[in-house]
Design a protein around this ligand. Structure first.
Ligand code: PHE
Length: 347
């Protein structure tokens, strides 16, 4: 734990033990160079405290890049609520309220919104004690609600850009696209792809959701353990991070990758492994920036939803065309190019 904290390149770590729920609250502030740290609140079980801290740190670092590349004045941060295996569901809301109070005590150093394991309704509860530092409350509480559909629009835009780069045409029509993870972003994404005429394959550990989408749209189902071996044009990881690694990359049978999951590369060198296999990688923190771009534009800059959506499409299209060009001109990975773009702004 000590070395995890000492060796991290971020600004500060706050770790609280919530004795009542026996949960750890971890807030990682990676950078406030461009503005207050803003990042989602992830809530789930972890094997141990070290892995929860590491997850918060890596996700916070990703947020710094995401904000910088999007040209928005915010810094990188992330919160993780590491749950015990046996949390009584009746204790959840009170835990969220105590978490909200912890965010408020930071006095604007860190602002938050939903992430894996939390919803817009949870933001309403957190905001009871955490306002005015909470984004994405439900619309009747003055928020913009679930950011999933905005993130999905951004990923869809990323897929169009990747299709243009890999196949010469910015359309997913007729392309075989495998979506891993049908959470709120994955669900929004398959709807965009379906409308655009893509051939869609879906995979999720949740069999009920998969079955529902198969019945409603007739999508082909890929079992979770067969995802990395399935032949497709574009692979869209929209579940957990770290899935592109030394073990999975040699198995992939796709031409391009563009998805919503944060931290898709297990280690930075995985981007080199993808480049060597000539698989076009759309950097995750660009492809999944639609949510934050949309939410910030609407909640702090007063843009309408339509104007915010236009901004998402423009920002992601422009960033990716610049990144793909830089990567090929300078013979570097797309991940490296995206980081250079973000670093440019951080300097
Ligand atoms: N889950 C979002 C992301 O990873 C975080 C977020 C959403 C932050 C909305 C603020 C507002 O990009």
């Amino acid at each position: 734990m000590e070395s995890l904290i000492r060796e991290w390149d971020g600004e500060s770590m706050i770790i609280r033990f919530d004795r009542v729920a026996e949960a750890f609250i971890i807030i990682a502030v990676h950078s406030t160079r461009l503005g207050p740290a803003i990042g989602g609140t992830r809530m789930k079980q972890y094997p141990d405290l070290d892995s929860a801290v590491l997850d918060a740190q890596r996700l916070a670092g990703g947020m710094t890049y995401k904000w910088a590349a999007s040209g928005l004045d915010a810094g990188g941060g992330k919160a993780v609520i590491s749950l015990p295996s046996d949390l009584d569901p009746k204790m959840r809301d009170d835990l969220l309220r105590r978490y909200g109070a912890a965010v408020k005590q930071l006095n604007g150093l860190f602002l938050t919104g939903p992430d894996l394991g939390t919803t817009s309704e949870d933001m309403d509860v957190i905001a009871e004690s955490g306002d005015p530092y909470i984004f994405c409350k439900s619309p009747d509480r003055g928020g913009t609600g679930n950011p999933g559909p905005l993130t999905a629009l951004g990923v869809f835009t990323g897929i169009q850009a990747a299709a243009k780069q890999a196949f010469g045409e910015a359309t997913p029509a007729g392309k075989r696209i495998l979506v891993q993870g049908l959470g709120s972003v994955g669900q929004g994404l398959v709807k965009y792809l379906h409308k655009a005429g893509a051939e869609i394959l879906i995979s999720d550990v949740n069999k009920t959701i998969i079955q529902q989408f198969k019945e409603d749209f007739g999508f082909e189902i890929v079992p979770p353990d067969a995802v990395y071996d399935e032949s497709c044009d574009i692979f869209a990881p929209c579940a957990l991070g770290g899935i592109l690694n030394q073990q999975t990359i040699p198995r992939l049978r796709c031409r391009a990758i563009a998805g919503a999951a944060n931290n898709q590369l297990e280690v930075p060198e995985d981007s080199i492994r993808l480049k060597e296999r000539q698989i076009l990688y759309t950097p995750d923190f660009i492809a999944n920036s639609g949510g934050i771009i949309g939410v910030i534009s609407m909640e702090t800059k007063g843009l309408t939803r339509k104007a915010a959506e236009e901004k998402i499409v423009r920002s992601i299209t422009d960033n990716l065309s610049c990144i793909f060009k830089m990567a090929s001109d300078e013979d570097i990975t797309t991940d490296e190019a995206a980081k250079r773009l973000a670093d440019e702004r951080l300097k």
